[in-house]
Design a protein around this ligand. Structure first.
Ligand code: IPE
Ligand code: IPE
Ligand code: MG
Ligand code: MG
Ligand code: MG
Length: 332
């Protein structure tokens, strides 16, 4: 297993960095992945804390619950994707911190609502009691509402040209719309207890998890570069990367729900089976689902080959997800 894992990690790295001679932008490629990821996570957490500070918004229970929902852990994958794509597009670090914070707020909103009794009825998130358990259901609903609003306020007040701001707002809105996370979550609930084909699960995963992941990648680039005909190759590569990685993340989440322990997950294990949710793991079997996730990560790596070394950080994020999968859901 270890050998396979190492081979796979190398596979992603080598293929994504194909040595096509693209110029290296700024500091990309100079910092070891664990350093820039730690730094990126810290920067986005500082931006979140600035935006949700008591002085700015008043010390209410709602604000306390919003901080609880956003500042207590999380891998910060979506913010890091935004930062990695933004760095390759030449977006300033300050703008990326803000956009990363907006994305993580929106992600936190989807998690808080996902955990509600009317949805997955979960009591544990990021190793802590869920927001509705700690603050009550009404506050948890309002936390999600307010986090969405705050996310859009951040984007609307960015120091970037107005056409870029509009593109960012549209992108984030679309990702959580009925075509994105909200639609995917509705589908998730409608499929409970049903036997469904894999195609349907894949479509649901692309919406409920994939859409925001894909948007996170696009938003990093959209801060600096328009998605127009002149930049079609860039957006084509980023979109394929984001679509494959977004789907892979939900497949990995499904696998880990069935295989990992509470300490690893920071969530209640075995929830999908207990709630009779059809998932990639339940439909394909664990082994095939693992292979599916690995193939998707490989496809995501291949998609960014044309971007050369500029995409190194995007490749490193894939390696992190792959290492996580192999560590916590080892092959039988
Ligand atoms: C969990 O996402 C929910 C899914 C969409 C799969 P993450 O695994 O990225 O959650 P955090 O942000 O690290 O807690
Ligand atoms: C939900 O998927 C994805 C979201 C849009 C929040 P899950 O319900 O599987 O996410 P977890 O396992 O609770 O994090
Ligand atoms: Mg759910
Ligand atoms: Mg859930
Ligand atoms: Mg899950």
């Amino acid at each position: 297993m270890q050998t396979g894992s190492r081979q796979f990690e190398q596979g992603i790295g080598v293929c994504a960095l194909g040595g096509l001679g693209a110029p290296v932008h700024g500091e990309i490629g100079r910092l070891p992945p664990e350093i820039w990821m730690q730094d990126g996570a810290k920067r986005v957490e500082q931006a979140l804390a600035r935006r949700l500070c008591a002085e700015y918004d008043g010390e209410t229970e709602l604000m306390e619950a919003m901080r609880y929902a956003t500042l207590q852990g999380g891998k910060r994958t979506r913010a890091l994707l935004c930062m990695a794509a933004g760095a390759l597009a030449g977006t300033s670090a300050h703008v990326l911190d803000e956009v990363g914070a907006a994305i993580e707020m929106m992600h936190a909103c989807t998690l808080v609502h996902d955990d509600l009794p009317a949805m997955d009825d979960d009591v544990l998130r990021r190793g802590l009691p869920t927001v509705h358990v700690k603050f009550g259901e009404a506050t948890a609903i309002l936390v999600g509402d307010a986090l969405q609003a705050h996310a859009f306020m951040i984007l609307a007040s960015l120091e970037t040209p107005s056409d870029h701001r509009i593109a960012l707002v549209r992108e984030l809105a679309q990702a959580v719309s009925a075509e994105g996370a909200a639609g995917g979550q509705a589908m998730d609930l409608s499929l409970v207890g049903k036997h469904v084909e894999l195609d349907k699960i894949v479509a649901m995963h692309r919406m409920k998890c994939g859409a925001l992941v894909r948007a996170s990648v696009r938003m990093g680039a959209l801060c600096a570069i328009s998605d127009d005909a002149a930049h079609a190759p860039l957006y084509c590569a980023l979109d394929r990367y984001g679509a494959c990685f977004g789907l892979a993340l939900q497949v990995i989440d499904d696998i880990l729900d069935a295989t990992a322990d509470i300490a690893t997950l920071g969530k209640t294990p075995g929830k999908d089976a207990a709630a009779q949710k059809p998932t990639c793991a339940s439909i394909m079997g664990l082994q095939a689902a693992r292979q599916f996730a690995s193939d998707l990560l490989r496809d995501a790596g291949e998609a960014i080959v044309p971007l050369g070394l500029r995409a190194e950080r995007l490749a490193q994020i894939l390696q992190r997800a792959n290492a996580f999968l192999f560590k916590h859901a080892p092959c039988a």
